[in-house]
Design a protein around this ligand. Structure first.
Ligand code: TRP
Length: 443
């Protein structure tokens, strides 16, 4: 790595995915693939999460909510998300987020929420139908943008990659952040003002009928559902013109070609166009499109299937993510509570104490020597309950080196470490504790 003279500060990039359904090929091309690529850039610290509290606003089917968050987590992991670099979590595992939502709700003007697109869309539709303006509108829908602001501000994200329809929400986030900073910051900015990143050139993948690919248009190509066969069948339904085999075809503007482009190299794109102009049959073109997409998707599909068969692994990964996220969220929330006047009565230096307490709510390693003369270490959870204990070492240095390595490498070093988990403690809990230590170390 080259050492630049002026280190650029880390850019925090954060985005959430509402978990109400599963993802289609358009979501993969437009959101998952670019986000994973962006997370590999140097100087970027990424936070990706499943917006499952947001999902509750749109869906009251518990099975569907739960299934969707599992599938979407598996898709991101199968697509190659590196959770040692990226903080990957469920919104509902971070209790600091709804708490911050309330603090923000108290400084958000109702008039501004009246203008939020989702709410306005609902009232406009009611007006058109001659219904009561608020018919069918829940407070969840109404307050949707405030929960989203809390998602973003809780981690002080600089950049938020979103679709066009979400830009208004980022503007509202900036407003509420500014208002909070102004009211309670006493000259200090608690919150970074985030920028929306709308990827102009991320080609929106068209669906089977050429309109934007969307579940609601029933024109989506599934990502993994139905396997290779499902993919092939969907591709067979892509609408083309009625030119016969051998007839020259104009590739530009063809849905099939736009989808092909999203998976092809420049050379492949050129060749495909040349072949169509030379009379390639649509049936043959569809076969080529299938081969191209399946070459990229098939390895992901088998990882996806393996993950879906082991939901406990996904759970452990998300628990680690939640521990990392909370190591960032809890200290900030402690400061915010103090700033608005929710303080401990116990000590005058309550703020310092509260912030320290949040930071101290971390697991701890302890080293010690037993009567057998050997050196040991153990790891206790923040509440003091034991998580693991080492076997005996001849020297204190050996024990110390293992502690250092576990702190540095986290769960990755666990398999080799000469330790025993405490009774009733699972590997996921230990991995989460180590992740929390790593995250607080990185702060
Ligand atoms: N509202 C977003 C959507 O529907 C999902 C979301 C929730 C989100 N919280 C967020 C996106 C925070 C970015 C940042 O697409």
């Amino acid at each position: 790595m080259s050492q630049s003279a002026m280190p650029r500060p880390l850019q925090r990039v954060l985005t959430g995915i509402t978990t109400t359904g599963t993802l289609h090929l358009g979501n993969y091309v437009g959101a998952v693939r670019p986000a994973i690529l962006a997370s590999q850039e140097a100087g970027v610290e990424s936070f990706f999460f499943m917006a499952d509290y947001h999902a509750l606003i749109k869906c009251d089917d518990p099975e569907r909510i739960n299934r969707s968050r599992l599938e979407i987590a598996a898709i991101w992991l199968a697509a190659g998300l590196d959770t040692s670099r990226v903080t990957f979590y469920r919104q509902s595992d971070i209790p600091e987020i709804p708490e911050l939502t309330w603090l923000l709700t108290c400084v958000t003007s109702k008039g501004q929420m009246n203008r939020a697109h989702a709410y306005k869309g609902a009232t406009d539709a009611n007006a058109a139908a001659g219904e009561d303006l608020d018919a069918g509108v829940t407070m969840g829908l109404y307050s949707y943008p405030i929960l989203m602001a809390a998602d973003i501000l809780m981690f002080n994200a600089h950049r938020v990659p979103v679709g066009r329809d979400q830009v208004q929400h980022i503007e509202m986030t900036r407003d509420v952040a500014q208002r909070f900073n102004h009211l309670f910051g006493k000259g200090r900015d608690f919150f970074v003002l985030p920028e929306a990143n709308v990827e102009e050139d991320v080609a929106l993948l068209p669906g089977l009928d050429g309109r934007k690919m969307s579940k609601s248009y029933d024109n989506a190509i599934p990502l993994f559902e139905g396997g290779a066969k499902g993919l092939k069948e969907a591709i067979a339904h892509i609408v083309t013109d009625s030119k016969l085999p051998g007839e020259p075809k104009e590739p530009e503007g063809q849905t099939l070609v736009t989808i092909y482009d999203a998976f092809a190299s420049a050379a492949q794109r050129q060749q495909f166009r040349a072949d169509l102009r030379a009379g390639l049959a649509w049936g043959e073109a569809k076969q080529q499109l299938f081969d191209l997409i399946d070459a990229e998707i098939a390895p992901l599909r088998s990882r996806y299937e393996a993950l879906m068969a082991q939901p406990e692994l996904i759970e452990a990964t998300l628990q680690e993510g939640a521990a990392k996220a909370r190591a960032v969220a809890a200290p900030l929330l402690a400061e915010l509570r103090h700033a608005v006047g929710l303080r401990s009565f116990a000590a005058p230096a309550a703020q310092v104490t509260a912030v320290k307490a949040a930071k101290a709510a971390l697991p701890v390693f302890k080293q010690f020597r037993e009567a057998d003369g050997q050196f040991y270490f153990k790891l206790n959870a923040a509440d003091g309950s034991p998580l693991l204990q080492s076997l005996g070492f001849a020297g204190g240095r050996d024990a110390g080196q293992w502690v250092a390595r576990l702190k540095r490498e986290g769960a990755a070093a666990l398999a080799e470490a000469p330790v025993q988990l405490a009774a009733g403690v699972g590997a996921a809990a230990v991995a989460g504790a180590l992740a929390a230590l790593q995250a607080s170390d990185a702060e």
